[in-house]
Design a protein. Structure first.
Length: 245
């Protein structure tokens, strides 16, 4: 038997981002209750990252603990704060502090040209630096078998093509588009690394949840549109829209 005690491995886990705009305990509780009631099984014991990036005012001393208590009361499991102003009350909660999700663009600085010595009559030399960006496209991941309840399939850096059904309680995830040629009854998350142009295509829309670039729609909203019909899901701004295939 090996003496190895453990290994650290990367994994893909669906995490809910709670993007907080303002906080009053009563109002927050009412709105969270209404959202959880739409799909209680989906939200039960779900890990959640609380984003403070768009919060209109910093949380007061007693508000971070109230916020976490309300999340746990409704079955969510807060695992970290992200962005925003971090004060002593937030630090006292004991949760990790994640950096803001936005990445600042870095400017490439070229060294200044060195002028030739005055006594030399060397011709002027112009050096141009060309930076070529290469996009590595992985082939689509193709799954021919049904994706059963409790299973998760992830296509890293590629599209995901499912030739069979996605059962209730199953989850299919892709950095690119998702194509499902059988019934979609579970959860489908496309563009999970922020690709807002990603789409979800399926022949039979009956999903528990669909998501593109972190923006999601639950089954109660899907039932009002193209339920059990061929459909495609696209992101427009911060909202998902369904269209016929």
């Amino acid at each position: 038997m090996s003496d190895l005690s453990f290994q650290l491995k990367g994994s893909v886990v669906s995490i809910i981002i709670l993007e907080l705009y303002q906080f009053t305990p009563a109002g927050f509780a009412d709105q969270l209750r209404a959202k959880i009631d739409q799909a209680p099984q989906f939200f039960a014991q779900s890990p959640v990252v609380i984003s403070l990036e768009k919060l209109n005012a910093p949380l007061a001393d007693d508000e971070p603990s109230q916020l976490l208590a309300l999340c746990r009361e409704f079955g969510l499991q807060p695992m970290a704060f992200r962005g925003g102003e971090v004060n002593d009350a937030i630090r006292a909660c004991g949760l990790p502090q994640l950096p803001s999700s936005s990445r600042a663009d870095s400017e490439l600085q070229m060294p200044a040209p060195v002028a030739p010595a005055p006594q030399q009559a060397a011709p002027e030399v112009v050096v141009k630096t060309v930076v070529e960006e290469r996009v590595v496209q992985r082939p689509a991941k193709i799954i021919e078998r049904p994706v059963r309840s409790g299973q998760q399939v992830y296509a890293e850096g590629a599209d995901l093509i499912i030739l069979s059904q996605v059962s209730e309680g199953a989850e299919v995830i892709a950095d690119g588009n998702i194509h499902i040629y059988g019934p979609l009854r579970g959860r489908a998350l496309a563009g999970v690394k922020g690709d807002q142009q990603a789409r979800i295509f399926c022949q039979h829309m009956a999903a528990e949840l669909v998501s593109i670039a972190g923006n999601f729609m639950l089954s109660d909203s899907l039932r009002k549109q193209l339920w059990q019909q061929p459909a495609q899901v696209a992101l427009n701004g911060d909202s998902l829209h369904l269209k016929t295939l």
